[in-house]
Design a protein around this ligand. Structure first.
Ligand code: NDP
Length: 264
């Protein structure tokens, strides 16, 4: 299938590792120029360099903390200068949490609200004018299955990701008339380096290997019995932000190996 993406420009927050990097690689393979942001400059530059070498596309890497409104403004200005406009925005930067509601302080709630919700609000406000210059675009918000089916140990993550899904729906309604499609993807278990790190720590305590730990998590949760690779999930992102998905608007798509236990 021709995804009609060659020559487009995509912005990916958290594009230096994990799902964001896999989406960046997959878009670059389709001939898409990229603007990638994350906080760790060294890891981000290395990711950008790897993609440039492998795919020959233009890659702007910009150290950015998406919880900081000034950083987002500066990023948008850089993108406008470098590319003149933008076609695709993937709001992906995010991370899990661990707390009890009764113990977590306000500033922790505020941080995750800024990271998962306000970053998407501010990135959209900054990037939509660049999409208008191209006559339209696509925005994908990477939430999580936890937006619908909460995990017990991370109520702040669950709550802020649920808010991101509603933001995405509202934005879709606001922008559909301008040929800008907004959708959400809710991944399930995706085997990123962060999971390996967690598994390394927790498996040691139990006297099992990281592989055994991850295998148990997968079998206990996802009917498919395994984690997704970031590359598997990235393929769906690429389809959804391509013109091939032209009738997909304001929806939430699960890529979760059957983990969601309700019909949605
Ligand atoms: P990783 O931890 O592997 O990558 C997160 C990326 O986001 C990194 O590039 C990181 O770079 C960047 N990032 C984190 N905080 C900020 C910040 N404040 N400003 C800018 N960039 C930031 O995560 P995953 O790939 O696992 O997850 C990506 C998204 O997918 C997240 O939103 C997550 O909630 C969601 N998700 C993941 C699942 C999974 O199983 N892995 C399942 C469901 C959803 P740096 O630290 O340098 O800033």
């Amino acid at each position: 299938m021709d995804l009609m993406l060659k020559g487009k420009t995509a912005i990916i927050t958290g594009g230096s590792v994990g799902i964001g990097l896999a989406v960046a690689e997959a878009l670059a393979a389709e001939g898409v120029d990229l603007a990638l942001c994350a906080r760790n400059e060294e890891r981000l530059s290395a990711a950008g360099e790897g993609i440039r070498k492998a795919h020959g596309v233009r890659v702007l890497t910009s150290p950015t903390d998406v919880t900081n409104p000034n950083d987002i403004e500066a990023l948008a200005q850089q993108i406008e200068k470098e590319f003149g406009g933008a076609d695709i925005l993937i709001n992906n930067a995010g991370t899990g949490s661990e707390e009890k509601i009764m113990d977590a302080p306000d500033d922790k709630w505020q941080y995750y609200w800024d990271l998962h919700v306000m970053a998407a609000v501010r990135m959209s406000r900054a990037v939509v004018p660049l999409m208008r210059k191209r006559g339209g675009g696509a925005i994908i918000n990477n939430a999580s299955i936890c937006a619908k089916q909460p995990l017990g140990y991370e109520p702040i993550y669950n709550t802020t990701k649920a808010a991101l899904v509603m933001f995405s729906k509202c934005l879709a309604n606001e922008l559909v008339g301008e040929n800008i499609r907004v959708n959400t993807i809710n991944p399930g278990l995706v085997l990123t380096p962060d999971w390996w790190k967690t598994a390394g720590i927790l498996s040691e305590k139990e006297g099992i290997t990281a592989e055994e730990y991850l295998d148990r998590i997968a079998k206990e949760n996802a009917p498919i019995g395994r984690f997704a690779s970031p590359e598997e999930v990235a393929k769906f992102f690429v389809f959804l932000c391509s013109p091939a998905a032209s009738y997909c608007v304001g929806s939430t798509y699960y890529v979760d190996g059957g983990w969601l236990r309700v019909v949605d």
